[in-house]
Design a protein around this ligand. Structure first.
Ligand SMILES: Nc1ncnc2c1ncn2[C@@H]1O[C@H](COP(=O)(O)OP(=O)(O)O)[C@@H](O)[C@H]1O
Ligand SMILES: [Mg+2]
Length: 333
């Protein structure tokens, strides 16, 4: 049976500059758990680490048994580790207010008499806006650059791809907007008798926004600093999901760090007289493990067994560590 060519610990050890780690995959596969275990591992190796979630569900507080919602909190009993569940509602509300102000200003500037509120509602009442607000929160954290390592427990949907795709769309859109703003401004200046230059907050915003996006792309596509890891179970759907993700990420030039297989039933716990249900599941997992070895050749970084209980608290994460971070790179599970 093929083995792990390069374990998660070997991988992280060989990339000491790695700073932004992301975990993706289908819902329920163990992204929060793996992000938590990885953050714990980094903290134990002396890196000041922030475990952050942009997930609207209160996942990190639940994992850590500690309220880390809305602010950065030191994780009890673990030096070098902080956790932060971003209050997305608050961020979304703030972004809405911000956009509202800018639209109002713009409508006034352009002398368009229209109800700003209706316009704002239509611009902000869609899921893409929420994703964008979440993306902004994440990027803000990355830019602040206050920790040695950031581990992001990403949202369990295709959001990541949309967000990354959006950054391209954003730049196009912003470039276009800036061009027409420049044109409108020079026309206005041409027509006005007073030649004094007017302050243009919208233009300033667009310029800084474009810079932020360029910076975010630069960080997110930098192999030395960023890696996305994908978590799967030895099951059809989670495998299909991460195959798609990995393809998308390759297309966007986002570095893929590898694949973590979670919840593999330990064979030594299964006997011929074990319940048929269990034996069937083991056979099913065997078949999907074949597929995993075949299709993620060389990219499997860890195989974590199915525990007899859910993973809760630092003690739970500590239980995951020896499996997720096997010392020998060649060790097969
Ligand atoms: N290897 C494992 N063995 C047993 N339970 C696990 C394992 N990994 C994760 N879990 C449990 O499975 C559930 C889903 O894990 P979670 O990390 O929240 O998934 P996700 O973030 O991908 O939705 C949680 O209750 C977690 O404690
Ligand atoms: Mg989660």
């Amino acid at each position: 049976m093929p083995g792990i060519e390069r374990s998660l610990s070997a991988y992280l050890g060989s990339l000491p500059t790695l700073k932004y780690l992301f975990f993706g995959g289908k819902g329920g596969v163990g992204k929060t758990v793996m992000a938590g275990a990885t953050a714990l591992h980094l903290a134990q190796h002396g890196k000041r680490t922030l475990l952050a979630s942009t997930n609207p569900v209160h996942s990190l507080s639940g994992l850590l048994d500690q309220n880390v919602y809305g602010r950065v909190v030191a994780v009890n009993g673990v030096p070098n580790l902080w956790a932060y569940e971003i209050d997305t509602k608050e961020n979304i509300e703030r972004s809405k207010q911000d956009i509202k102000q800018k639209i109002r200003w713009f409508l006034k500037f352009a002398e368009i008499s229209s109800q700003a509120d209706a316009f704002v509602e239509s611009a902000t009442m869609n899921p893409a806006f929420e994703e964008s607000a979440m993306f902004e929160s994440m990027v803000d954290l990355m830019f602040k650059d206050e920790y040695d390592a950031y581990v992001f427990d990403t949202a369990p949907t295709a959001n990541a791809r949309r967000l990354l795709g959006m950054s391209k769309v954003y730049s196009l859109w912003v470039n276009k907007m800036m061009k027409s703003r420049e044109e409108a401004r020079s026309l206005r200046e041409l027509l006005s008798f007073t030649k004094k230059k007017e302050a243009d907050p919208l233009m300033d915003y667009l310029v800084s926004f474009r810079e932020r996006i360029a910076h975010a792309r630069e960080l997110l596509t930098d192999k030395a600093r960023t890696a996305f890891f994908f978590v799967t179970l030895p099951e059809a759907l989670p495998i299909a999901v991460i195959k798609r993700f990995i393809q998308w990420f390759h297309d966007f030039g986002i570095p893929v760090g590898g694949v973590v297989v979670n919840m593999l039933i330990q064979k030594d716990q299964v006997q011929p007289d074990s319940p048929e249900f269990v034996r069937n599941r083991v056979a099913m997992q065997d078949a999907y493990m074949q597929e995993i070895w075949r299709d993620f050749d060389g990219a499997v970084r860890a195989i974590v067994p199915l525990f007899d209980n859910e993973v809760r608290g630092v003690s739970g994460l500590t239980r995951v560590l020896p499996h997720a971070f096997t010392a020998q790179p060649g060790a097969a599970f």
